[in-house]
Structures are given as structure tokens and as C-alpha cells.
Design a protein around this ligand. Structure first.
Ligand code: SF4
Length: 411
């Protein structure tokens, strides 16, 4: 067990605590930046800029059932429901100046990039107009090979340009020694995150994906901070102890090991519990390793080349990759995690996550013969989602898994 008490540090990294920190930062005169989830937080943190992440706020609002006012605001301003619900909710949050936890201070600058999807450019241009904000658009062109050296070099130059932009528009300056310290904390957080994911190979796996979906927040919004690193180190030790004790969220013992592909269905996270009630446990998902867990060639961050290592990590995003490369992740995980079935979330909001799912399903079935359940819906907007229908479909899927067990199949 590590030295840090999990409960103590956990209180410091909740969504409510981060909201209080943001208000304190604004009060102390720190610049507030509206940032996309993909921008290197380590740099912002080092420079003394406090970022607000509308995508995370949208996910949290949906998860606690408080997103409706933000969707209403977006509707009133003419945004169609066909637009991604993170964008509608995130813009609603900025337009109303409120989050589910209270008001947001007026931002002083904005930074976005297109590493998750190109919608961010349009989304941030709305913010730029609304707040009359100096806004920096980092570029990450589409490519078949995000690991190519010239691609990483290009993104490294974009990070340097972002630093120059922040220095031009605020009194903040970058101190390279402090950046290395932030990278050391980011590296420790990513290291323990990855070790936590590896714990899930154990049978039974100790983690509920519902808990994990809540625990990912500091990884998204607070990398480079000491508390974040302490939190994941302590959380890893907790789960490692759970492995020793054979704990699992699957009720009656873990009978089925599953993959979930897609963003969590934030407004109905209890769907995960419903699987667990049936003895099924999620043991891997692309979402939890989207670009988290030190995704560099060595698996660690290189403190001697801070900009380069950040570029390597932030360009290594699952959704930037061709379908066949995405399948390799599934292929490996199905073997490493002894998976019995796959849940595909066909998300009407997020095309980058949903694109190519039919090809993926075909490849998974051809190579592994696994049953696949497809859910259609939206990650943050509950409109049209039927809980009764979802439960019925889970019941049917579990029957298929049970039938395969009976026939001596892998499940
Ligand atoms: S479409 Fe997907 S990647 Fe783009 S903003 Fe929405 S959730 Fe994020």
C-alpha cells in the first residue's frame, strides 16, 4: 500500500473540488481558459492558467441528471439536436455561465484542437465570438499514421505555438523546470492508470466500469498536478488489494467478461450495474485508454524532451487511427483480458467513436466468434433512450452468453 490515504486525496479531485479550485483561481487573478479535453493540461498547469473543460462539464452534468438547462439554452439559440450533445451542452454551460456546481467565471482566453474531432473548431469559434476571447486553434491534421516522426514533430511545434499564444495574451510565462515537475506528476498518474487497467486482466477483475467512469475525471482535467498523481497511485493500491481479496462488482461472481466500445452512456450509467447484476463485468474499453496512460513508445514520459514527449502522447489517440489499427487493439484485448462478448455503443453524437463499427464487428466475429450487442443512443442526451428496452436487450444478450457457456464456448 502506498503512503497516500485514498479517501483524503479523493476529496481533493472530485468535480465539486475542481469547481471550487476554479473559483479560487479566478479570485486570485489567474487567467481562465476554455480548453478542449485534448490540449496538454500539463503546460496550462505549469503556466498558471486555469482551464475549464466544457466536454467534461457536459459529461458530468449528464451523469448527475442536470444537463437539461444547457440543452434548452442551446435549443433556444437554434442549435439542432443533430449536433453532438457535448457541444450543445458545453455551449449551453458557457452561454448560461453556469455549471451543475455553480457559476463559471468569465474566461480570459480559449484553446482548442481537433485531435478528437473537427467539430471543436466550430464549437470554439462560437465561444470566441460570444466572449470576444483570444482563441488559439491547435492543428492536428488527419493522417493514416499518427505515429510518424514528422507528424509528432508538427504537433510539438503546435504546442510551442500554444505556449507563445498564452505568453502573448496573458502575463503567464513558461518555466521549463516547472514543466518537468508537472510532467513527472503526469507520468506517475499515467503509470498508475495503466497499471490499474492491467489489474483488470485478473479473473475476477476488481473494477466496475461505472466507478472507473467517475474516477477518470482527474486524468482528463488535471494531469500534471500532484493530487492527481497521488490519487491514481492510491487508487491502484486499493484495486491491487481488491484483487488479492478476489473482489469483483459482478454479482454472484464474475461469469462473463465484456468490452464496451464507446463513450459511457452518462445519463444511464446504471446500465453498467445492470450487467453486473447478471454476473457480467467490463474488463476493457478503448475509452479508458483513449490517450491516457502515458501513450508514448516507452510507456513513460521523457522529462528531458518535454514538448516532444507531450506531442507523442497527445497524438496517440485511438479515434485518430484507421479501422484496421483500431481492430488490433480489440484483437489484443480480447486475448489479454479473456473477453466473452462485446457491447458496441452506436453513438449518434460522436462519429469519431462510432465510425467503422460495422467493420470492427465483422472483424471481431471473424477472428474471435464473439457475440456483439449494439446499443444505439447518445452519450449525454437521454432523449429517445428507453431504459426498459435497454434492460430487455441486456437480458437477451446474457442469455446468449449463458447458452455459449452451456455449449462449452468461451463464455
Ligand atoms: S463528436 Fe465526439 S469527439 Fe467530437 S465533441 Fe462530440 S463527443 Fe467529442
Amino acid at each position: 500500500m502506498g503512503d497516500v490515504d485514498l479517501k483524503t486525496v479523493q476529496k481533493k479531485v472530485t468535480a465539486g473540488a475542481s469547481h471550487r479550485k476554479m473559483l479560487a483561481a479566478a479570485e486570485a487573478g489567474q487567467p481562465i481558459c476554455v480548453a478542449s479535453a485534448g490540449i496538454p493540461h500539463e503546460v496550462m498547469h505549469t503556466m498558471g492558467v486555469y482551464p475549464i473543460y466544457p466536454e467534461s462539464l457536459a459529461a458530468i452534468s449528464s451523469g448527475i441528471g442536470k444537463a437539461e438547462p444547457f440543452f434548452d439554452e442551446a435549443r433556444t439559440r437554434g442549435l439542432s439536436n443533430a449536433i453532438c450533445s457535448y457541444t450543445r451542452s458545453g455551449l449551453g454551460i458557457c452561454w448560461t455561465g453556469q455549471t451543475a456546481f455553480g457559476p463559471i467565471p468569465r474566461p480570459t482566453l480559449a484553446v482548442t484542437d481537433v485531435n478528437m474531432c473537427c467539430l471543436h473548431a466550430t464549437w470554439w469559434s462560437y465561444l470566441e465570438d460570444h466572449f470576444t476571447l483570444p482563441t488559439f486553434y491547435m492543428d492536428m491534421p488527419v493522417t493514416d499514421d499518427p505515429g510518424a516522426p514528422e507528424y509528432i514533430d508538427y504537433y510539438e511545434s503546435q504546442i510551442r505555438d500554444m505556449v507563445a499564444f498564452v505568453e502573448r495574451t496573458t502575463a503567464c510565462r513558461l518555466d521549463t523546470d516547472r514543466l518537468r515537475e508537472a510532467l513527472a506528476d503526469s507520468d506517475r498518474a499515467g503509470h498508475y492508470w495503466k497499471k490499474m487497467m492491467e489489474l483488470r486482466r485478473h479473473r475476477p477483475s476488481p473494477m466496475s466500469f461505472r466507478a472507473l467512469a467517475g474516477q477518470i475525471l482527474p486524468m482528463v482535467i488535471a494531469l500534471g498536478e500532484r493530487d492527481t498523481a497521488d490519487f491514481y497511485e492510491a487508487l491502484y493500491h486499493q484495486y491491487a488489494a481488491d484483487v488479492q481479496e478476489g473482489k469483483t462488482p459482478a454479482q454472484g461472481g464474475e461469469k462473463y467478461r465484456l468490452i464496451l466500445n464507446g463513450i459511457p452512456i452518462w445519463h444511464h450509467l446504471q446500465l453498467i450495474n445492470y450487467f453486473e447484476e447478471k454476473g457480467a463485468n467490463f474488463v476493457w474499453e478503448p475509452y479508458t485508454s483513449l490517450n491516457w496512460g502515458n501513450k508514448t513508445s516507452t510507456g513513460r514520459l521523457d522529462l528531458d524532451r518535454p514538448f516532444h514527449t507531450l506531442a507523442e502522447k497527445y497524438t496517440n489517440v485511438y479515434t485518430n487511427k484507421p479501422i484496421l489499427t483500431r481492430f488490433e487493439y480489440f484483437d489484443q484485448a480480447i486475448r489479454d483480458y479473456a473477453v466473452d462478448g462485446v457491447i458496441m455503443f452506436s453513438n449518434r453524437s460522436c462519429r469519431p467513436q462510432s465510425i467503422g463499427q460495422q467493420e470492427l464487428i465483422q472483424l471481431i466475429q471473424e477472428r474471435h466468434g464473439l457475440p456483439v450487442l449494439i446499443f444505439e443512443g447518445d452519450q449525454a442526451d437521454p432523449e429517445g433512450f428507453s431504459w426498459a428496452d435497454a434492460r430487455m436487450r441486456v437480458d437477451g444478450f446474457i442469455e446468449i452468453l449463458e447458452g455459449r457457456r452451456g455449449q462449452g464456448g468461451s463464455a
